[in-house]
Design a binder for this molecule. Structure first.
Ligand SMILES: [Fe+2]
Length: 119
């Protein structure tokens, strides 16, 4: 059983997928179940990952998250309840994105620390 917008990761090959249409099946990759990525909303380390919405912009972390080759924000996703847009980032870019609408909520994905959601 899946739910729309859930993010799953294969712990063997690293494939990551998002559910667009929920159904009863189980997502499998490399011969085993894919792992549901929890939407973290509480920081446990000094790395800051929680998306902060400022107007049409979404910033990652009160202190900008690192954007290095081995540790960076892969994407920032925002929704206003009707539309969802995801902007993919690369190392050395700023950990922020500007959208064409004012997001009501946002999610980010760190390649080391997983999925995070705005409060
Ligand atoms: Fe991180």
């Amino acid at each position: 059983m899946t739910n729309q917008e859930e993010v799953y990761k294969c712990e063997i090959c690293g494939n990551i997928v998002e559910v667009l249409h929920e159904a009863g099946g189980q997502l499998v990759c490399c011969g085993q179940s894919m792992k549901l990525q929890k939407e973290n909303t509480v920081e446990a380390s000094k790395e800051k990952h929680i998306p902060i919405i400022k107007g049409k912009k979404v910033l990652v972390g009160e202190i900008a998250h690192p954007m290095e080759e081995g540790h960076y924000i892969e994407w920032i996703e925002a929704t206003d309840g009707k539309q969802t847009i995801r902007i993919f980032l690369k190392p050395k870019q700023k950990p922020e994105a500007e959208f064409c609408f004012k997001p009501k909520s946002a999610r980010t994905y760190c390649n080391l620390h997983g999925l995070w959601k705005s409060r």
